[in-house]
Write a protein that binds this ligand. Sequence first.
Ligand code: FES
Length: 160
Amino acid sequence: MTKTVEPVLPADIVEYIQDCRKKEHNQSYLISVLQKLQLRSGYLTPAQLDAVSQLMQIPAAKVTGVATFYHFFKFQPPGKHKVTVCMGTACYVRGAAKVLERFKESLKIKEGETTPDRLFSIECARCLGACALAPVVVVDEKVYGNVKPGEVRKILSDYQ
Ligand code: FES
């Protein structure tokens, strides 16, 4: 079985799964395994989910069900530029939902998706720790504060 999953899963993830399997309630480590795996490449592939299913001896449908339930997990490679729109309380009450809508309209993708040219992906965050600047958008490492929907195209043009 390990032979099948080796090319798909990094060796240390395989080891981690094997350690988890020795523990009580080993299926409860599924989310942790998927998180570690996603940290590697920014997203999960169907082959990786299959390999996790085999190694953890959890039905594939359950692994896929858990992975798709949580917005944290991605199934496409991230874009070259990651747009993160804060949807925390301070940002939300100051219009973050409209800012998010404008990004989605402009890029023609939903949150969690990547544009077909792989230039942008959109994510949401709960609080980016800059509430005084609400609503806040971060593109890669750059923080944009007090963002208005009308500024979205200008922000995107900095990266096109
Ligand atoms: S709620 Fe958006 S930065 Fe805190």
